[in-house]
Every structure is written in C-alpha cells, then in structure tokens.
Write a protein that binds this ligand. Sequence first.
Ligand code: MOS
Length: 740
Amino acid sequence: MNDIPMIGEGRDRIDGRSKVTGGARYAAEHNLDKIVHAVVISATIPAGRIKSIDAAAAKKAPGVLAVLSHLNAPKLNLTPPPAPKAQTETQGKGKEGGGQQQAQQQQQQQQQGNFAEPKLIPFATDQIQYLGQQIAVVVAETLEQATHAATLVKVTYDEMPARTDMRALRGEATDKGSTQAPPANKGDADAALASAAVKVDQTYTTPYHHHNPMEAHSVVVHFDGDKITLHDSSQNIFASRATLAKAFSVPRENVRVLSPFVGGAFGSKGSTWPHVLLATIASKEVKRPVKLWLPRKQLFFTNGHRPETEQRVALGANADGKLVAVIHEGVSQGNRVSDYNERFTRPTRMLYACDNIRVANKIVELNVSSGTYMRAPGESPGLFAFESAMDELAYALKIDPIRLRVINHADEDPIEHKPWSSKSLKQCYEQGAARFGWSRRTPEPRSMRDGRLLIGMGMATATYPAHRSPASARAKMNDDGNVVVAIGTHEMGMGTATVMQQLAAETLGVPYERVRFEYGDTTLPQAPISAGSMTAASVGTAVYQVMKELKRKLVELNGGQELASGDSYGALLHRHYLPSVEAQVDAKPDPEEAKYASHAFGAQFAEVSVDPDLGLVRMRRMVSAFAAGRVLNAKTARSQYLGGIVQGIGMALLEQTHLDKRIGSFTNVNFGEYLVPVNADIPPIDVIMVEEEDPHVNPIGAKGIGEIGITGVAPAIANAVFHATGKRVRDLPITIEKVL
Ligand code: MOS
C-alpha cells in the first residue's frame, strides 16, 4: 500500500467531457428499434381500493397498444403487499410484531444476495396504500398518444379514512426497520437526567425532503423471448437484475441491466421501484421495447423521500460540562409497504462519551409513499437535533461549543466499547476552528454585527460510518500494454470511474492513461449497491486486490522479478507469446475489520448574516474539516464534500415537501415550489482534508466521503442563526417566519 499516496492526485473526471457535451447516453436516451412509450396512471386517493377502471375509450385512442392494471396484467412471482391498515382498524391496538424480524431478513438478503424483494408489487391487488401509487400504465406508439390516452382512463375508488398525521398517531409507533440503529439502553439515562446539574430537553422536527436528482428515474426495457435487457438509472443494478429474474421467473443470466451514467441519485435510485417492474410487464405484454420516463411531479410520490421526523433530545451534564445523560427518541414516517426507518439516533449511539445513553427511533405507518435512503439517512436529521441540543447545552453551561465537544470526546465507541480504527476529530476541530477564525467569535448572542446585519457563527460535529460490502473485480493486461479493469459498479457523479482508474494505475505501477475502467453493466463482476458511502472502500478494495493479483502474475511471468527499467508489461507478454494475462478476485470484508468501530469525522463551521427586520438568513461562508482516511483523488473528493455541504445548506434553509394531511398529498411537487439552493444561495466553501492513516478500516484505508459532508451543516447553520439572533429554531427549514 506504500505505493498509494495518502492524498491522491487531483484528476479531472474521465466522464466529464461526455457529460457536458451531451455525448453521455442516459437510460431514457436508448431509442431502440420499434420502441413504444409508457405513461403511468397514479392513484388520486391515499387509502382504499380501486372500484373500477374504465379503459374502453383509452384503448380506442390512436396508437394505443395496451392499458394494463391489476385487472389484466400478469401476476409477478413476488409476495403481494400486505393489506392496508385502516385508520379505525388499529386504534387502541398495541404494537405490531414481525416488523423488525422482516427488516433483519431483508438486510440479510441484501448482504448475501444483494437483493431485497420489494414489498409494493405493481398491479398485484386493488388496494391503495398511498396517493400517487402507480395503478395502471398506458402503452402507445408515441409519448403524446400515451399521454393523451391516459387522460381517457376513468378510475373509481372505495375510499377509506387515511392515516396522514404522524404526530397524532405517534402512540402507535413501532420499531419496524430499526436494525441499523436498534433501541439502546446503557445505564439509567432518565435517572441521570433527573439529577443532572444542567439539562436541555427539547423537541426538534424535520420535514419531508425529496432527492430531486437532475435525471428523472427512467428505464428503457426490452422483454425479448425469455431475455430481459434493462437500461436503468440505478445505484444497484445487481438488485434490479435479481428482482426482475425472480418477478418474471427467468434465470438471472437472462437479465442484463445497464446503467453507465446516472444523473444524480442521492439514495433515490438504490431500490427497484415499481416503475421498473411495470415497464417490464408492459414490454412483455406488447412484445416491444418500452420507454418509461417519470415526470418530475410523479417522482415526488413514487421514488422515495426522506421521511419527516419528530425527535426529542434530552442532555444532562454536570457543571464542568461532562455529559451524564443522553436521551434521543422519536418517530419518523413509515408505511405498510416498506421497512424504511429514518434511523436518526444512529450518530447519537457513538458520538460522545457518556455512561447513560438511551436511544430509540420508531416509525408511524401512514398512507404516505415509501421513504428511502437520502444522503446520510439518519445522520442528517439526527445530527440536526443532537448537535443543536449540544449547542443549547453549551449556552446553558456557558462553555465554548467546541470545548464542550472536546470535554465529551469519545475515546472508544461508547456503546459497543470497540476501539476506533482511527479517529482525528480533535484535529478537525483544531484545523477547522483555525481556518474559520473561531477565536474572533464573541460568545454572547446578538453580539456580532456588520452594519445593520446580525452576524452569527456556529459549528457542529459531522460523522458517518465506514462500511464495505463484498465486491468482485476482473483485470486484464493486454500485450499492447493497456489494462482493462472491470466491475459492475455505478457512477452517479461521485468520480468512481476516475478514482478507480487512478487506484488501478498506482497499484500496478503503470501510467493512468494505460488503464480503462469498465462499469455499469451486470455482465461484469458483481459490485454492491453504491450507497452508504461505501463504494470507494468496497469497489476500491476489489480493484486494489485484483491489481495486486495481476501484478503477482506478471512478476511471476517475469521470473519472479519486478520489471527492469525500460521494460514494459506489453513487452513481457510479447516475450512469452501471450495476448493477455488476467486476474479475478472476490474481495470480502475481513472479520478483523469488525473488531474496530470505523467512522469518518468532521467539524463544520458556518457564518450567517440575519436581517433583523426581515428575518432573512444569508450564508456568508462555510469551513469544514474532515478526516476520512486515505483520499484517493483530492479533486473528486473535494467535489463530494462540496455537494454534501450544498445539500446541507438546502436542508437548513430551503428544502421541505409539504404534505396536505386532509388529502394525503404532497403539494409543492415541482422546482418552482420545492426550493433547492442555487448558486446565489451558496457562499465560499472551504474544505480541509485532515491527513489520517487508518491501518484497520479496510485494505486501502479509505473511509468513504459521499455523505459526511451534509451531516453537520444544518446544525452548524441553526447554531449560527441562534448566535446571530438569540432565536433557537428547532424546526427545519429555517425560514423567515421562524426567525422573526
Ligand atoms: Mo446513499 S443515501 O446511501 O445513496
């Protein structure tokens, strides 16, 4: 590993040019011969059943090939969804069992087979679980014909009372899906809180958020005989392959999923959503390739969101600032057809040393579409609450916020009592504070001004766990001296292809230009889901190991010697009359790695101005310092951090999806009303990459950086707004009416 630098050279993205010139072909741009177009019809009620679907007029419309629904579509070989839960059905009833067990099974399946069977199967029954549910699809020769015919389909319903109000139903919350942050109870947190010298006990809320990738979810699928080819926009092509194979009862090798370009995902493309299945049903029925490109409005209902949360954080400390009690509990939105749980207590379990910790995150099943992973799922809303509460505690104690965090620094994982594989959080506080100029901050709220504007400085700790999953890779040295490295991973903008090409070149000791990286295709060796900030660690380890293996074979071929200077691998192969030499590895996590707790850490600093008359918050600058092990490419790494920080600014100040509880519908389902940050909202952002060598986390020593960038932003900004104004906003986003 000595040949790989700690901070990898900043290289441009190899897919950059094709993306900005339009050369990159995204899923929906595969205009196959005889392709037809699908348009989805969505349920307009949140709960109940379909009484009738009248498709007679639509079927007679020009160009229409089929109108498919539960009435006439073939049944898939998947478990049908559980019956909807009525508002009245559950009132007064206790906990529902089995949820946690199901989630555990699902997680196991995911780890073993890279596959979790979806729970909402399109066209399986007449039941409506949420508004926007895809209940029928119209297939026609052109998009215009399909769009028109869809307006002619008449649907009637038997409506049931819908469950839409999470807070009203919080008494029915369950642990379903909490396997990634199960309830924990260490010591006696309630007693310790009751007797603490200083305490903070508050409720924090975060709204629904939608990922809104630039590229809408879209597929082109061809069901041809007993073979399926799917052009998808996906973070998990092997799961899509497994799901399609099972659903349509064909062997996995008959299903090919391709996804070489993904126009943003942020977690929303990690699941095989119903549109993939229903487009495949359509192709099977009409025996033509089908294109389905979901409109932006439908994406707000069918492809995941970050569920809303309501979180209680109670902290107790003694007078010198040592934490004696940490309680973090609350609820987020769930539903009947998903096990997703927005595990917001996950960071609370490991961030600070404390003898008495109690955490639990529960879900309330609503008639609202399924939540899913969205950049730093759990950590983002969880740290908003927890790190806001730490700031409140700092004021209550009159201790500097950074000092309070250093006083409570965890020298080992406080619940699992494992040593850290590495941890450089104190260096992050120091280097971040120095760059930011934290010492210029005067502690009193409303004590800093610039003309008539109030100025605030705030900070928060950032963290995200480091994991990896099994990944396989193949490498081939050709006699022209060029190397091809292949693994079916995904590139949705992180820089994976570039970084892997670099890593392969450095490990083998050949020029970067000599390596080509192949990905985005299930005919290549299997890669895990690209999520959880684990692509660099998982795919990177496979690439590193396959190149080591290739090098071993080449050195062996060379009589056990490294190449002499002036020699080349191409010449070596020629000397032995070999067209190529190949290597293949299956890289699995080493049980040794599990002896350590592995997390990336950071410190994030925000400076805001607040107009005292208008309540308008503007960002002035941000400084973030992160320590995440080895950095493979300084340029793409910085971009990952910047993207997370920008998304965090959106979360803090702008983003929220409104749910109208009376009709069970999201209402601001477009870019006019769902506000994401634009250039004018973003201040100068400074990113410090703290050098950190981690010998334990995995063979390449990289922890993953895709998500940590967002995690401390919202609390740092909320804390800065309090510092500027003396007003504590515990409900995101921080909009003017909450500041005034
Ligand atoms: Mo990420 S939210 O794990 O794609």
